[in-house]
Write a protein that binds this ligand. Sequence first.
Ligand SMILES: [Mn+2]
Length: 386
Amino acid sequence: MKFFHLSDLHIGKQLHSYNLSENQRAVFAQITDQAKEQRPDAILICGDIFDRFVPSGEAYTIFDEFLQSLSSITPKIPVLVIGGNHDNAQRLNYASSFFEKHQIFVSSSVPACEEEHIKKIVLKDEYGDVNFYLLPFLKPGYVRQLFEEGAITDYESAVREMLNRENIDYHARNVLLSHQFYTNSGQAPLLCDSEQTVLTVGGLDHVDVSVIEKFDYAALGHIHGAQMVKYPYIRYCGTPLKYSVSEEHHKKSVTMVTLGEKGTEALIETIPLKPVQEVRRERGLLKEIIERATKENCHDFVSVVLTDEKEPYHPKEQLEEVYDHILELRFDNARTRSLFEEQNEDHFSVQPMELFCSFYQEMQRRSMTAEEEALIREILEGLGEE
Ligand SMILES: [Mn+2]
């Protein structure tokens, strides 16, 4: 049994203010080509299909095109999809019973009542059945009502109890699809910048890997860097594209797993994916950075840190003459360092509204309209009351 393991497509994601649709389409085309060549028996997509709860029309179109191209391969390759924390369960569930007729199996929300169970898809090979359990992202509150009072205290007990109620036969071959934050005895996987603040606060969302170690393979999503957790067969495959500058050195790939007979070690290979543009950092003097531009790298997404002590005139404009996708431009010199120290001193005196305005400016490259400002003000006031 051979399958592709993918996750965290984050369709519709922007990199700073840049649209990544071209890049996303390009890697999905590569995945489809690889599927034609490698002929996996299944393709697993382990959560965070979309980047937002309310995906854009374009994001839906891109996902639709991807599924279309996968399902045009004959003989058909089943596609198994679970929801992640970025996905809206109802939206992801759209047309899912229709999709099943085309061998696309979507599980977007966890069982909500006694009669419901984790979606299980059974595929066969020369050694018999392989059971795929499609467990979408869950929070303790999503499943508490299924158990006795006090049984679900945290993420770990929630995942453990959800698996326990399936009476999984561990003498058979079982594969889990899951989108949670798995740790090895409290040791967290390697994170990138964007994840650090979201995932590790208090460690409340941690689930120890022991909960899932009896599976023959655990196909995980949630973490952007490909890595195993304690065992090679418990693995995050990572995002297909670099979604933040801190992923600069990641090597993005499709994980290809070959599962043999029960009790034998799964063979794990990676197939590299190539983006249209690289994401990388440039640091140094303006002159040097401009000189480093080549025909090959000038279209990359670059995050620039200038170290010039004498700040050059219109540095952005000068850089833009050679680089056409500048994500951000910062200075690191004596002036900014002392400014940073000053700001750090009165860090807590910055008002949330002020902070949000500058964040908005940075992301959207424009200031908010009066209407938008009013909306944010309203939300912040609402939070204040709570
Ligand atoms: Mn996630």
